[in-house]
Structures are given as C-alpha cells and as structure tokens.
Design a protein around this ligand. Structure first.
Ligand SMILES: NC(=O)c1ccc[n+]([C@@H]2O[C@H](COP(=O)([O-])OP(=O)(O)OC[C@H]3O[C@@H](n4cnc5c(N)ncnc54)[C@H](O)[C@@H]3O)[C@@H](O)[C@H]2O)c1
Length: 323
C-alpha cells in the first residue's frame, strides 16, 4: 500500500505541463461559463423589474391553505377562490374554517373542501392528506400558513410553549411536504408556499422562539429548492414569504416608529402579495419588498452599525404578558 502511494506521488511529480493544463482547463472553462451565466441572470433580473412575468393562472389548481380559518389564511383562500381555484381549507378551528368556506361561497367561488386538522400532529396530517387525495385528488398548490406567535422574553417561554411554536411553525411544514410533495414530483407540477416573516430575516426581542422558527422555515425552503433542482427538468416551485407585521390580531402588542411608512399591513394586501409571488414564481420575498434589500445591505455592515439600523426602525412587539 505504502509502496503504491509512493508510486502515485512520483507519477504526480512527473506530470508534463501539457497534462497539468489539461487538468485545470475544465475548471477555467467552468469559471468562464459561470461568469456568463451570472451576468445573464443579472440582466434577466433587471429586465424583469421593467417587464414583470404575467401571473400564471390558478383556475385549474387545487389549492390547500393551512390555517385558513382566520387572518392571512382566510384572505388567501378568498383570493385564490376568486381567481377560480378549488380550495381545500385546513384549520384546527372548525368554526373559523367553516366561516371561511361560507365567505368563499358568498363571493361566488367554487365549493371549498374543509378539514379540521392540527398541522403539528404528523399522523393527523398524513391521515387527512390521504382523505383529501381520496375525496378530491392531488394538491397542486400547498400554502403552509398556519402559525402561532407567543411574544415575551425567552426566560418566560415554557418548554411546552417553545415545543408548540416549533411544532406548528416548523415541523408542520415537514409533515405537509411529506404528504403532498411526492405527488407534485410525480406530476412534475406543483408549488409550495411557506409563510416565514420579517422575524425570519432579522431577530427581534420578545420573539426568540418565533424568530428561530421563521428562520428555520427559510432554511427548509432554500435547501429543498436546491434538492429539487437536482432534477434539471424539475417543475415543482417553492416560495417563501416574509411579511412585516399584519393586522390580524396575531401581533398582540405591536409598536411602530414610522406609522405612515411602515404601519401594520392589511391582511387583504398581504394575501394579494403572497398570491402574486406564487403566481410569478418568486423564490423569496418580504412584504413590503424593500425590506429584503434593507436586510441584505444591513448584513454587510459591521454588527454594531447593523444594530443601529435596526434600532432606527424601532418596530416590534411588546411582551404579551405585561399590562
Ligand atoms: N400577523 C402577522 O403580523 C404576521 C407577520 C408575518 C408572518 N405571519 C405569519 O403568517 C401566518 C398567518 O398569520 P395570521 O396573522 O394570519 O395568524 P392568525 O392567528 O390570524 O391565523 C392563524 C390560523 O392558523 C390556525 N392554526 C393555529 N394553529 C394551528 C394548528 N396547529 N393546526 C392548524 N391550524 C392552526 C388558527 O386557528 C388560525 O385560523 C403565520 O404563519 C404567521 O406566523 C404573520
């Protein structure tokens, strides 16, 4: 063995210049190809600022929204239904889910299918998903929206609460993806949308477990996208959306410095932005869009400078435990 290594080493030393050039040539060619591709995609992105893609139609899609019984989920369900999609509504709260279904019918949308499901319970997700498949067919757009947001200092979060945040805000995405991604891959058609948050791109006090859960969602989606793209013909798309604070009641005690420029967003507007991001195939965005750029730029700054920028915006949530 040792003798063979020595032989290889001596062979390496005797490589001709021609052999060495041949060895590095593919790397040089790859690098030039990379420069061309990067420039092409930069130009494409600039072009798309002036000529955005037309939103894809959703009238033949079967759209599942988790947490459809209230807030952003309800608005998403209403807006997809008004574009002609067939809706599958999941919520742990049956009453809220039913009232979303009624609102869809009242708006003239197609009859939605409602299921009571706790998305943090893997077995329940897999069972209800099987029922959806039997009752209606393959889900083509999955919107992982259900989420909770307890807000108080980390030491005041109980073990149970932290586990619950992680189970609903992160693990549930794994269970619904487990249930619905295989059919999307088989049909080579589908789209998964995940609700992260601005709290998933920047850490905020009183929201340590929530921020951790929303950062995790982005990690899940980014790595899954890369994995799906192993298949060069992949047509299953992903979108992560990071809204700023929305007026749904989820943020119990919000505070905002620039009330005119950056006040709480309307759920209707947020749902419209999410649907647009999905229909135009955006991989990740914030609502409003400029916050993603602010985040990228801020992260290039030294940490102390970055924390000053954060402090300047002075937006967040007070503890929901105080008076
Ligand atoms: N409201 C905001 O300020 C804001 C900002 C950024 C991101 N988000 C994210 O958007 C999503 C929706 O938020 P929202 O403001 O509409 O919340 P919401 O409280 O108004 O609605 C959430 C819905 O999810 C349901 N739900 C909760 N736990 C569930 C479970 N275990 N299984 C199934 N359904 C469950 C609730 O019953 C409710 O109908 C969440 O993921 C949230 O983190 C919200």
């Amino acid at each position: 063995m040792e003798c063979k290594n020595k032989q290889n080493k001596s062979l390496g030393r005797t490589k001709t210049v021609g052999q060495q050039i041949l060895e590095i040539l593919p790397i040089i060619l790859d690098f030039f190809l990379l420069i061309i591709q990067v420039n092409y995609h930069i130009m494409e992105a600039i072009y798309r600022i002036f000529k955005p893609l037309d939103p894809s139609p959703v009238n033949n899609e079967l759209v599942l929204v988790t947490g459809a019984g209230h807030g952003i989920g309800r608005e998403l369900a209403l807006q997809y239904a008004s574009e002609g999609a067939t809706l599958v509504l999941w919520d742990i709260n049956e009453e809220g889910n039913q009232s979303t279904a009624q609102a869809i019918l009242k708006n003239g949308g197609a009859k939605p299918y409602t299921y009571t499901c706790d998305v943090s319970d893997r077995q329940s997700v897999l069972n209800v998903a099987r029922k959806v498949k039997e009752d209606i067919g393959d889900i083509s757009i999955l919107i992982n929206n259900a989420g909770i947001m307890p807000a108080h200092p980390l030491e005041e979060h109980t073990e149970e609460e932290i586990k619950k945040i992680m189970s609903i805000n992160v693990l549930a995405h794994f269970w619904t993806i487990e249930a619905f991604l295989p059919a999307m891959k088989k049909n080579n058609h589908g789209h998964i949308v995940a609700l992260s948050s601005v709290a998933g791109i920047a850490g905020l006090p009183n929201l340590v477990p929530y921020c951790a859960s929303k950062f995790a969602v982005r990690g899940l989606m980014e790595s899954l996208m890369d994995e799906l793209n192993w298949n060069p013909y992949n047509n299953v798309k992903l979108t992560s959306v990071c809204p700023y604070m929305v007026d749904t009641g989820l943020c119990k005690k919000p505070f905002v410095r620039f009330e005119n420029a950056l006040n709480l967003l309307e759920p209707k507007y947020v749902a419209a932005q999410i649907m647009h991001a999905q229909r135009t195939g955006i991989l990740e965005c914030t609502i409003p869009r400029f916050l993603l750029t602010v985040n990228y730029v801020t992260r290039l700054l030294p940490t102390k400078a970055a924390s000053k920028v954060k402090a300047f915006f002075e937006s967040g949530v007070h503890s929901d435990k105080g008076t």
